[in-house]
Design a protein. Structure first.
Length: 75
């Protein structure tokens, strides 16, 4: 009985976490999401905001780039 309850709770939590995830590994970002502006708060970048369209050659005039993005949070 206890194992069944644990399994049910685990499955519910897994389903809830999958409902709120927008992208999975291998997905392509939509054009709309590539144009969202992100403030630059640390590091060197030529602009004050970052948009993913800046590194997408199909959207920026053919200048393809690779970006390594590190995220950190202090919660």
């Amino acid at each position: 009985m206890l194992r069944s309850v644990f399994l049910l709770i685990s499955l519910l939590l897994l389903n809830v976490s999958l409902l709120f995830s927008f992208y999975q590994i291998g997905d392509t970002m939509s054009d709309e999401d590539q144009n969202i502006e992100y403030d630059i708060c640390y590091g060197e970048y030529t602009e004050e905001v970052f948009i993913f369209a800046d590194i997408n050659g199909a959207m920026n005039g053919g200048d393809y780039k690779i970006a390594i993005i590190g995220l950190s949070a202090t919660w």
